[in-house]
Write a protein that binds this ligand. Sequence first.
Ligand SMILES: [Zn+2]
Length: 551
Amino acid sequence: MTKTLLALAAAFLATAASADTLIDNVNGIQVGRDGKIQQFRALLIGDDGKVVQTIGRNVLAESIAKLRIDGGGRTVLPGLIDAHGHVMGLGQAALRLDLTGTTSLADLQARLKAYAAANPGTGWIQGRGWNQESWADKRFPTSADLDAVVSDRPVWLGRVDGHAAVGNSAALKAAGVTASTATPSGGRIESGLFVDAAMDLVERKIPAASASDLDRALAEAQRLMLSNGLTAAADMGATPPDWAAYRRAGAAGRLNVRLLAYAGGLDALRAISQGKPIGWLYRDRLRLLGTKLYADGALGSRGAWLKAPYRDKPDTRGLSFITDEELLRQASYASALGGQLAIHAIGDAANAQVIGVYEKLAATRPGDRRWRIEHVQVVDPADIPRIAKAGIIASMQPTHQTSDRTMAEARLDPPRLAGAYAWNSIARSGARLAFGSDFPVESPNPFPGLAAAISRQDPSGQPPGGWRPEERVSFAQALDGFTRGAAYASFAEATIGSLEPGKWADFILVDRDVSTVDPQALAATRVLETWVAGQKMWEAAPSVGTGERGR
Ligand SMILES: [Zn+2]
């Protein structure tokens, strides 16, 4: 007995000796291979930045690791992974006019006026984040509303979901858009409001961001990710200039998070990949996984493609972006290059279309393909069993449910709501979930997402009991969605997603035990430290309440 214990201790010390860093006395929480919550008290990290092992007891006294850190009982989680975000969009939004949380048109106008005064010149003013659904009259803004504040330079302001934008008269003039301009298919124009495909009429005339603008935006996006506890994200819709900025940062050692990139469409895929998949670069900091395509728009701007008309606008079923044949053709082309596919589908008609395309592709492209549907927001309950069967990963964003709840009830009648944001039904059908935020559409902070996933309530606890609470998932499933599930969805489970021997030591320290607090407290979790590859990359300011936080 004693002999065995001594042998065990010797074996442990031998492992400990090869480790550079010991983080001891922590409340470590992660999801195990069996999908259950697993706890640990200490984490040993090698000098290569990878996990040596997690240990179920405190070992500070006996360890000879070079750097020994007493975690003071604080909670440690694997670095969280956002399975669907827009990295450059996050950084650019932070540098542009922020219209999130505007309470009225007058509020938007006041912020525009202040921004124009603070940023003088003749260049375009770009902003994003307004949501007319949270204004009393719910009326979309118009060109005239913007002209009343700024008329001497172009102004272009995107809706919170990125599926609509409003321009002032100077912007329409600069873009050459007049009353006789034809509306492109898959789009709509109303009094200076451009929806989906129509947005490009103006956006193609906005001068492109310079390389240094993009570098600044990437630095800002990384700061926001790290301060919110994100050590990796799937970047949905990278452009060639975005990719070039990621490469510049990687080559200069300034890439401090891991980016799992999906090219924004086939042209971007061709330009970035030159026809070949791109494996991990810069010690697993950057990888091109595949292509992001779109099947429809979004629910807020009534661009989501539905099987039956909108409840609050019976003359429309939304916008179909692409025919079945064309989507299949593009998807086959992209997957032939060896890449993964991530297709945006919000409405039940769009989800049925994408499932159908993947069913066909699965027959011609066998193997471990991990077809992804992005959002999977409204699915006909009859189509849910087809998701797992076709080997599709459901990439979903829990905070969309809490933000969209009342809007979804207006747009859809109750039978269709049964398949809306249906995390639990989709998980129970056997499909793998990956969770994200869709930043900057929503805040990059993953904790309100974890809380929404287990409660179907927003951070203020609304509605009591949760909205359609049968679609809640367990805490283990929610954490899996932001760690292992998100890694799996991007073929990254061998390197990240959990603290296991040989994987990167990407982890965070937070200010509370996220596995036991109530959902509202979970949503308010503060990140204290963020580590990537065994290095502390971000730390909260010491005094509580003044810590650096993303919105
Ligand atoms: Zn998105």
